[in-house]
Design a protein around this ligand. Structure first.
Ligand code: SF4
Length: 228
């Protein structure tokens, strides 16, 4: 059961979510797609842009068209293929080790069985692998399996702190635990997407466009830095 503070935060998160939907609309999830493909794309997206992630993925598929090809390639070949996505050394090891584990444990290079798993168990299964953190696991389960999980990227972490939804010293990992209970029911995906868009367009890191923001009345950053 939520305490009084959490209930207040939940109410605040709901107002923010509603306001962002009024401003930006209600993003809907695509069809889901292949779970393993989504995981690999999400690994490639770590610390880079969507454009470079997609370039790295396209090159990987070009050089090593099937997951079996990737599994049997040496890490240097994988690293060269995904070079454009950055951190090639780290990501190639993560991908190769994960595919080896998947083949050994589940006999085939597919994660479709995750559709039948409980969300907590699926998160745990993914997070036990080096290079796959809670954000990567949540993105995979949200985007490919339609689960009510709430991935926290750099935009969401920053905005949640500014708005006072989480403490200013909260780590990204802890933010996953703190935010999910206060995200409005059924809104994890649209709230996630809208916060990212809002972070890119309005509440950006260096110079937030507070004069264009409909959330000033909820914002601690605004109250402490800009309110006259
Ligand atoms: S008031 Fe400024 S800092 Fe606060 S959420 Fe809006 S844009 Fe971000």
């Amino acid at each position: 059961m939520l305490g009084r503070k959490e209930l207040e935060l939940k109410e605040k998160a709901e107002l923010i979510s509603d306001t962002l939907e009024g401003l930006l609309g209600v993003p809907s999830r695509d069809g889901g797609g292949d779970v393993l493909e989504c995981l690999i794309l999400t690994i490639l997206s770590q610390n880079t842009t969507d454009v470079n992630r997609d370039k790295g993925y396209a090159e990987l598929k070009d050089r090593l068209p099937t997951w079996e090809d990737v599994l049997h390639a040496d890490v240097k070949t994988i690293e060269a293929a995904i070079r454009l996505a950055g951190l090639g050394n780290q990501k190639s090891h993560t991908i190769k080790k994960f595919l080896s584990w998947l083949k050994t444990e589940h006999s085939e290079l597919s994660l479709e069985f995750m559709h039948d798993m409980e969300t907590e168990a699926a998160l745990e299964l993914l997070c036990q692998h080096k290079g796959i953190g809670i954000k990567t696991a949540c993105v995979t389960l949200s985007f490919a399996c339609g689960r009510e999980v709430f991935p926290v990227d750099t935009h969401i972490l920053r905005i949640s702190k500014r708005l006072g939804l989480i403490p200013s010293n909260c780590s990204a990992e802890k933010a996953h635990q703190e935010l999910l209970p206060i995200v409005p029911v059924g809104k994890a995906y649209p709230f996630h997407m809208n916060l990212i868009y809002f972070g890119r367009q309005i509440c950006n890191a260096r110079k937030p466009l507070c004069e264009r923001c409909p959330l000033t009345q909820h914002c601690l950053y605004y109250r402490d830095n800009l309110q006259t």
